[in-house]
Design a protein around this ligand. Sequence first.
Ligand SMILES: *Cc1c(COP(=O)(O)O)cnc(C)c1O
Length: 366
Amino acid sequence: MIPIARPLIGSEEEAAVLRVLASGQLAQGEEVVAFERQFAEMCGAREAVAVSSGTAALHLALLAHGVGPGDEVITTAFSFAATANVILLVGATPVFVDIEPDTYNINPALVEAAITPRTKIIMPVHLYGNPADMQRLEEIAAAHGVSIIEDAAQAHGAKIGDKTVGGSNTSCFSFYPTKNMTTGEGGIITTNHPNIAEQARLWRNHGQPTRYYQTALGFNQRMTNLQAAIGNAQLKKLEQFNEQRIANARFLTEHIKDFVQTPVARPGYRHIYHQYTIRVLENRDQWVTTLHERGVGTGVHYPLAIYQQPFYQNSRSRFRISAPDGAVNLPETEAAAKQVLSLPVHPALSQEDLATIVKEVVALCN
Ligand SMILES: *Cc1c(COP(=O)(O)O)cnc(C)c1O
């Protein structure tokens, strides 16, 4: 079976972990500081705050921006549920708007209509590693005096022009094993605002600027030196990983674009193919089964709009759907949830794997 994802861990990561184990400095320490510095540099951000997961990064970013009860956060329902869960966890209200049918990212044309006096944040997701239309979102945010927090959990090294994702607005990345780089579990917040970084650091560590001296409320959401050591080794390989994903995606698109709807990246956007996702108009479940039988692993990202999850259906008063003419569902989001299918694109694929994926996809179209 060709797996849909596979982390690439080598001798560099092994040596780094052994070095940390031998040092005895297991919790947050120098490896974390070095990782923060290097990740911030990669993004072109002033500061980075490493945490225990991508979800923790989003959660602490909202808290650091002062988001809480009574505030609204405009986002997409076509994402991993953590994107919206963190908004609920800080007591704010997710406001879902529909997506663009070609990129699956939040549709800026629908964002303006969702803004109210309570809107505090616009939270786009760079889905599958393809940047959202930040220029238009930034224009809307500036016009209404709201901030942007980017869910960049899938977008390490993605770019718009020469601007790397994470270098402009507060941005949150995940290092879960399936992501383009991993620390096992982990996350990071990048920001150009020292006060946001400072608030995130306080929330990360019990509200304590120094040991046993507490000025605020906080959690323990620190990253360990073991995780950061893996991250430092992975970060050195990120560019090579991304280039291989892009090359794999190019090969797939070249050979299947006449048969299915392949991923769309806007001109000048660097899509780093966390997922390579096609649209299957009918019988997607049959595609999943058949490809599986023929040795091609697939993924469905995501089978339900976030608001279609049972928890959200049972919590209708806690979120809002903003659709033209007061509609109560988001047609492009729901269509995508029924039709998207991710094929393997990760850097561990061989040329033979790629040829097999093409052959089996084309066979399903004939
Ligand atoms: C992976 C992911 C998250 C959560 O990151 P974790 O590290 O798993 O907590 C949030 N948002 C998106 C879009 C993701 O893909």
